[in-house]
Design a protein around this ligand. Structure first.
Ligand SMILES: *[C@@H]1O[C@H](CO)[C@@H](O)[C@H](O)[C@H]1NC(C)=O
Length: 139
């Protein structure tokens, strides 16, 4: 009796960890973090990463300034992130099922995770919002 109970416990915990491993491996979004994003407008130069050099800016205009949380003392320059809008104070602010890839080109001394270019922000959300909640993941 006792030994079959032990077997049951061992096998069910094995089963639970098996399910957990399956979930971790099949959902890449598990590696994503959540944060906030605001936006900024031109002029975008000079930038903390590239000075007056505009050639480092993606031609898509999908770029951002890194906030204090991810600036990493300048190491964030050139990093690329996949960004998705998850919510905002005002309902229906996020454009559904939109995710974009942005490049860090500047520094924003703020607690906001990312300060997105107008183009990047407008690709994710209604631009009448000042702040959105995001899911982001370095690529
Ligand atoms: C954007 O938000 C404003 C203010 O909430 C609203 O009046 C407007 O209709 C929204 N625009 C779109 C395209 O949803």
């Amino acid at each position: 009796m006792a030994s079959s109970l032990a077997t049951l416990i061992v096998s069910s915990s094995f089963f639970v960890s098996f399910i957990l491993v399956l979930q971790l491996s099949s959902f890449p979004s598990c590696r994503a973090d959540v944060g906030t994003a605001a936006s900024y407008s031109a002029p975008y130069l000079p930038s903390a990463c590239y000075g007056r050099e505009a050639t480092e800016f993606p031609s898509s205009n999908l770029f951002a300034a890194a906030g204090d949380g991810i600036w990493d003392n300048g190491a964030a320059c050139g990093r690329q992130y996949l960004v998705r809008c998850i919510s905002a104070a005002q309902p229906r602010t996020c454009i559904p099922d939109q995710s974009i890839q942005i490049k860090i080109v500047d520094y924003a001394p703020t607690a906001t995770t990312l300060v997105l270019s107008d183009k990047a922000f407008g690709s994710l959300a209604n631009t009448s919002a000042a702040l959105i909640n995001i899911e982001f993941q370095q690529v």
